[in-house]
Design a protein around this ligand. Sequence first.
Ligand code: G3H
Ligand code: 13P
Ligand code: NA
Ligand code: ZN
Length: 307
Amino acid sequence: ALVTTTEMFRKALNSDYAVGAFNVNNMEIIQGIVDAAQQENAPLILQVSAGARKYAKPVYLVKLVEAAIEDTGVDVALHLDHGADFDICKSCVDGGFTSVMYDGSKHPFEENIRITRQVVEYAHAHGVVVEAELGKLAGVEDAVHVNEREATFTVPEEAAEFVEKTGVDSLAVAIGTSHGAYKFKGTPYLDFERLKKIHALIPDTPLVLHGSSSVPQEFVELCNKYGGEVPGAQGVPEDMITEAVKHGVCKVNIDTDLRLAMTAEIRRVFHENPAEFDPRKYLGPGRDAIQKMVAHKMRDVLKCSNQ
Ligand code: G3H
Ligand code: 13P
Ligand code: NA
Ligand code: ZN
């Protein structure tokens, strides 16, 4: 069934695992992820960005997710990723999503509180849960120095005030992760002391980690070997994610690793079968690659198989 994250997070909060939230853009990606969740008997969040919604048209992804649920019987929370304003959050609440993120992290603290509060009121009145974000996810392009990145990290005391004033259901925090395939220039680093402090101050609030792809070098190398160009890509080491889920992190966002897995496989098929032009012959293997990657994340990194 289509479910909210309430029960998933209640179970994950004081356990050493987290629920994976995977970004979806088309049928093959949805099928690969949902089949992995069925195979692993794992809780699942499928998330849709504004860009995905625009690419597929809003109605398609909802209908495809409904079809995947009907096909497999898997429980899925359908979540809006990075809603930029009240209107897109409202539109997703009205359109059948069970969870929305309002991302006001670019706004000043009080403005972020004000709009988050507005989204919470509307969503809760319709049985939908809300994720918000405090702190900024700076990647290598945004900040050259570690100190510069740290200045954007979530302030624990502000997190407590924010949750208290907004009534939000979960909170995305900035502790060193960032979006995309280029997260660190040198040695990867997450601020676990900060995470523990936040969790201690708001122990009942499920925390969310965006930018949690690990950019496995094996897939970077496959992409590069078959004609791609992703030099120097680096993600969050998987053991750091496994550590984070022990300290209040209940939702872990992964998109880049799925993109890499699918693209590496499609590149391989094209390279080895240059005469092939039936889309099913490369989208099918691409779908299988997604399923394998997601099952690995659930089993080996998030530890949520059979939860
Ligand atoms: O946080 C961003 C997600 O990876 C979605 O990316 O906006 O390109 O769909 P997108
Ligand atoms: P990655 O780019 O690390 O996969 O992060 C995805 C994300 O945070 C989506 O909201
Ligand atoms: Na957890
Ligand atoms: Zn994100």
